[in-house]
Design a protein around this ligand. Structure first.
Ligand SMILES: Nc1ncnc2c1ncn2[C@@H]1O[C@H](COP(=O)(O)OP(=O)(O)OP(=O)(O)O)[C@@H](O)[C@H]1O
Ligand SMILES: [Mg+2]
Length: 220
């Protein structure tokens, strides 16, 4: 279970204060599938990075299974990020010198011992079974995004934080990826928090939220 209490974050840029995430309380149950829609700059990526132990909040707590992760030291925080979370970043983040399979295996370099077979299976599931040996420069933007999606699942994380995961995909591929998310969410009880610009994609998640100027509101 993820419990957010009084969580907020501001940025100061050249003397100006930007309230990226205004103080919020929110509880997300284990195995929940949550979508967050909102305009550009509304605070969605910042919100995900507060939950994921990436950006330190100004106020509030992120309790995961009863413990505030922001009370952890850097070492524990980094262990948590590597083990508990699977991240799909908003912008392509593949290592150019590694092929698709090696990129998918990247989160396991720091622990765990997943085999190439697991990477191959995930690449099949995201529709890239025939491109496992390709390097990022030999893949389209949407294909790179799908490698990044596969990578987020390689270490069987409990929580997936996906920032605009289908942004570069055509409708058919987008639908396939959403099916993949739903299947994993149901089958493995993985908690999924997905940010998207698309109201249509957001509807696929049973719990829906909107973010507006740093304020989050429940839609259903
Ligand atoms: N590192 C930073 N330093 C200063 N300001 C930042 C930083 N990151 C984000 N911001 C500002 O905080 C606000 C929220 O940004 P954020 O990236 O969370 O928005 P977003 O909803 O993810 O937008 P998008 O849909 O364009 O990705 C914006 O006004 C942005 O300019
Ligand atoms: Mg963003």
């Amino acid at each position: 279970m993820i419990e957010l209490k009084g969580l907020s974050k501001t940025y100061a840029v050249s003397g100006k204060i930007i309230k990226a995430v205004q103080p919020l309380d929110l509880t997300i149950q284990q195995g929940e599938f949550v979508s967050i829609v909102g305009h550009s700059g509304s605070g969605k990526s910042t919100f995900l990075s507060l939950i994921g132990g990436i950006a330190r909040p100004d106020t509030g707590t992120v309790n995961i299974d009863g413990t505030n992760i922001w009370g952890y030291n850097d070492k524990m925080l980094s262990k948590l990020r590597n083990e508990k979370f699977g991240f799909v970043y908003q912008f392509a983040s593949l290592i150019p010198t590694l092929n698709a399979t090696e990129n998918v295996l990247l989160p396991t370099v720091f622990g765990g011992g997943r085999k190439a077979a697991d990477a191959a299976n995930l690449l099949d599931l995201v529709g890239l079974g025939d491109k496992k040996d390709r390097y990022p420069s030999e893949l389209s933007g949407g294909e790179q995004q799908r490698v990044a999606i596969a990578r987020a699942f390689i270490h069987n994380p409990e929580i997936i934080l996906a920032d605009e995961p289908t942004g570069d995909l055509d409708e058919d591929t987008e639908a396939e990826i959403m099916n993949f998310f739903e299947k994993i969410n149901r089958g493995k009880k993985v908690t999924m928090i997905m940010v998207t610009h698309s109201s249509e994609i957001a509807l696929r998640a049973p719990s829906r939220f909107r973010m507006k100027q740093g304020v989050i509101e429940q839609l259903n």
